[in-house]
Structure formats: C-alpha cells, structure tokens
Design a protein around this ligand. Sequence first.
Ligand SMILES: [Zn+2]
Length: 417
Amino acid sequence: MEQSIANQIMDRADRLAQFSSMKDGLTRTYLSKEHKQAHQQLAQWMHQAGLSTHQDSVGNQWGRKVSSMPNAPTLILGSHSDTVSNAGKYDGNLGILLAISALEQLKDLDFPFHIDVVAFADEEGTRFSTTLIGSSAVAGIFNPLWLEREDRDGVTMSEAMCYFGLDPELAGKDALQPDQVLGYLEVHIEQGPLLEAKQLPVGVVTGIAGAKRFQLSVKGMAGHAGTVPIDMRADAFCGVAEMTMAIESYAKQNQLVATVGKCDVVSSSVNVIPGQVNFTLDIRSLEQSKLERSCDDLLTELAIIAQNRGLEFKHEQFYQAEAVPCSKKLQQTWGEVVTEVTGKPSEYLPSGAGHDALAMAHLTQVAMLFVRCDKGISHHPAEAVQQGDVAVALECLIKMLIAQGKAHKLSEAANHG
Ligand SMILES: [Zn+2]
C-alpha cells in the first residue's frame, strides 16, 4: 500500500514543482503568484485527505485533522513550500506531501488531539533575505521590522502582503500559544551524504546545529611582486591561507564544521603583493557551549598568526543561531518506529542545515526525521529521492502518529486516574 501512495507523493512533488517563476526550473518565493497557486493546490489535496483548511496571517497554508475532543491540544506536522532559486523538488515540499498523505491514511481514526499540517510559506528567505518567516510567525517570534524589508525590485514585504491579499497589520498576531501545542514533527530530505553512505532510507535527527558567522579582515602591506624580497613582506593573502589551514585542522580535531566560504583580495593584481584580504568564517556545532568556546579559541589562534606575520587582524560577528536539540523522548519514539519499519537499528544524526524546527522550538518540543537523498545534493535541480525511501518515511510517520496517540491516551489516563 505504501508504495502506491509513495508513487502519488512523487507525482504530487512533480506537479507542485510546476508552480515556478522560472521557465525550465523551480523557483518559488514568498508572496509570489506561484506561492498562491502552490498553496491552492496543497489546500485541495488537504481537503481530499479530509482536513479542514485555512490560511494564516503570513500566508502559511494549514490543514487540520479535527479530534472529537474540541478542546484538545494540537500536534503539528510541517515543512516549507518556498524554494531557493533554481531549486530541487523535495527540499521542504516532501515533508508537507508526506504529512498530508499520512493523515489521509489515518482518516478513519480518532485521535485525542488535533493534528495540523502546515506548509510554511517562507523558510529559505530567497525573496526578502530573512529566513523562517512562516514558522517564526506561528512560534510568536515574527519581527515587525521585517515588513519594511525590500525585495530586488524594491517591493517591501508589507506591500507584497497587500498584493497577496494579506493584512500586514495582522502579521504574526495569530501566533500559537505553547499550551495549545503538543509538539512539532518535520520530515525533510537529509541534504547531506551520511544516510546514503550507510545505505539507510531514513535517520533520526538529534538536533539542529547552532551557527556563527564572522566577517574577517587581514591587512598587510601591498608592494611590487618583483622587487620586495620574500622575507620582507607582509602578504595578507599568505596570512589568510595559514589561517584557513588552521581553521580546518581545528575543526577536524574538535569534530565540528568550519568554512571559509568567501575570500576577496582587495584591489588584486597579478603583480601586486596582496595588501588586504576580506574573508568569512561559518562555524557550526550541535552543542552551543562548544560553539562558543571554539569561536573564542579560533579567533585567538588567528590573531596569533596575524601577529607573527606582522599583519593586522579584525573580526566582526554578523550572524548567529543557537543550537536546538530535538526532544529526547520523540527521538526515542522515532528510533523505535524506524527499527520496526526497516528492521535495522536506527541511525541518529545531527542537522547542519537550519529548518523550520529552529523557529518552532520557541513554541514547542520538536523532532525531525531525515530521508536519504541522492549524493546528498540539495538546493539544486539534481536533488532526488527514491520512491522506496518515501514509502519508508510515510510508514514511519504513520506509526509515529499512532504511537503519539497511544502515549497521549496513557498520560491522560494517568492524569485522571
Ligand atoms: Zn528545507
């Protein structure tokens, strides 16, 4: 049975990918015409699954499997429907489609809580350069200053909301309260190569890594490439090269990831010794305390390298996101369910990428399941998943919901008994 539904999910992913602003590829940004069309299509599939639907203040699309207990709390399933430019079909979208299909399969079962599916309208931040708009609004951390942000054509988010048919005055005012919500579950493609390397269809996410980003600058002395002797130079780029190697070996020794992703030699020329180099550092860890400590260690080490080479070193942090651990209890249940479905011990892995769960953790406990993707490729048209893996993920999600239903009934009985 799961195979034919998985087939339908693959088919729906193809159909959803047609709502794109790009001719031969997929780009779907927040508050665009394609956003509206994709959400109308999702709402139609939600109806078909027996869900009652609505759109919230920032344009997220909701579908609800209503419990016979009207005052019951809600378990939320979801992911995002927006994409990066020239994206793949499964990042975000797969999690929404799986949730709709899982609830369709559970149509005739009454749960002691409502179950919502939400398609978050913005996670990637492609249009307004600020991420997690949809889930932040739900979790009560929508920043009204975002309304003034402009897209590439100078349209503010506030104006875009009006064109879309939303009232910017109300944005984020319908945030949920923690006591209304039981938890947030998200299924998402892995976006990394670990599951494929271990030949596993799915894996349980332990948490979302925290990240810090720095703008770094090294100043030396520019000079003639032919006349200044090699041991009398203050070559900024040689300094940055040594720093980059130091960053890599620190990351290896301390089991974290650190990346120099941008590097510009200022006024570069083939015959000039680099006088100034600006570069970036992105560093991530699942443990917040380790992240803090590593940044301190590394910046100290880089400053020493600069000093030894007679260079001036400056650094400025311009971004940070705190590490979010997934609920231990929900991880355990995911693990049991995955073992039951696959017949193998379940794999536990961290997420190096950010997800809607990052914002939802401000509201409730979160847990995620990763689905293997081809060569770990994402944010690219070559992004791919296997139908068999989608079938496994669907079965895991259905069993997870049933397990939550049982656990909730038991805890209710214990409370009253
Ligand atoms: Zn995503």
